[in-house]
Design a protein around this ligand. Structure first.
Ligand code: HEM
Ligand code: HEM
Length: 222
């Protein structure tokens, strides 16, 4: 069979990549700050995660093709079929999340939204609390504080661990390097594969600013 000619294609826009890697750094900062009892840094990094995730959710509706939920959330049957074919080695032709990975992305984004949202209601009991903690009863705040802990330790850490394990499995089993495209945005794909349509940078900037303003407004409520 003739060799397929490959060309570099931008598969991930800068917004998806910035949100991804900033979130990874901010999660580490959120965890580190709470270990050192620095609540100010904890709140700030948590607000930043919330703003990024709100932006990413909006971008999932109006952004680049590969960022859109409607494009990467395929049927559960397609997801299972993808997993069954996993051990077969063939060249990477995917221009966005694969059929199984898409659902994992939804889970990760859900957890990344729930974490700072519950944090808004969390209370240390020692005079430090999220801006909305006093808008609910003590029992509700205690419950949401408990959820805030559990979502991190049993949700985010487990899901992120599985996510990184999957990325490593793609590299080892299928020889697909998914990390480089998440860094550079580009993948080498056969010329026959059409690249995705990229979203408007102006719209992205406006959504980011709006998300930041919403979170800033919420932070001022307490
Ligand atoms: C706390 C840690 C992490 C979280 C919460 C996380 C979360 C996510 C999310 C939500 C996406 C979807 C991106 C989008 O569509 O906007 C994603 C994609 C991706 N992440 Fe992570 N990530 C984490 C760590 C990492 C690390 C350490 C690596 C590198 C080894 C990595 C590599 C990737 C890659 C390659 C993709 C694209 C996968 C594909 O091609 O479909 N992630 N991650
Ligand atoms: C993605 C962002 C966040 C992450 C990863 C995160 C993570 C955590 C973790 C792991 C703990 C428990 C530490 C422990 O005792 O073992 C914690 C506690 C806490 N977080 Fe967050 N948090 C985030 C966002 C926020 C936000 C936005 C707020 C409020 C503005 C907040 C407020 C609190 C408070 C008040 C506590 C102390 C609860 C207690 O003493 O039991 N967090 N956070």
């Amino acid at each position: 069979m003739a060799e397929e000619r490959l060309r570099p294609v931008t598969v991930w826009d800068p917004w998806v990549r910035i949100v991804h890697w900033l979130t990874v750094v901010l999660l580490a900062l959120s965890f580190g700050s709470i270990q050192y009892g620095n609540m100010r840094v904890h709140y700030l990094s948590g607000y930043a995660v919330l703003a990024l995730v709100l932006f990413r959710i909006a971008w999932g509706f109006v952004g680049s093709d590969t960022a859109r939920f409607g494009r990467f959330l395929r049927s559960p049957v397609a997801a299972v079929r993808h997993l069954l074919e996993f051990p077969r080695r063939h060249p990477d032709r995917e221009i966005g999340h694969n059929a199984a990975g898409g659902w994992m992305v939804l889970v990760l984004l859900g957890l990344l939204l729930a974490q700072p949202l519950t944090g808004l209601f969390a209370d240390t009991g020692y005079g430090d609390y999220g801006p909305l903690a006093k808008t609910v009863s003590g029992a509700t705040s205690d419950w949401l504080t408990g959820l805030h802990h559990r979502i991190f330790y049993y949700g985010i850490l487990v899901a992120a661990g599985l996510h990184v394990a999957a990325v490593i499995a793609y590299a080892v089993v299928k020889r697909h390097d998914l990390v480089r495209p998440m860094v550079t945005g580009r993948k080498r794909l056969p010329e026959a594969v059409a690249g995705p349509r990229l979203g408007s940078p102006l719209l992205a900037a406006m959504l980011l600013v709006t998300a930041a303003l919403v979170v800033w407004g919420v932070s001022r409520l307490g």
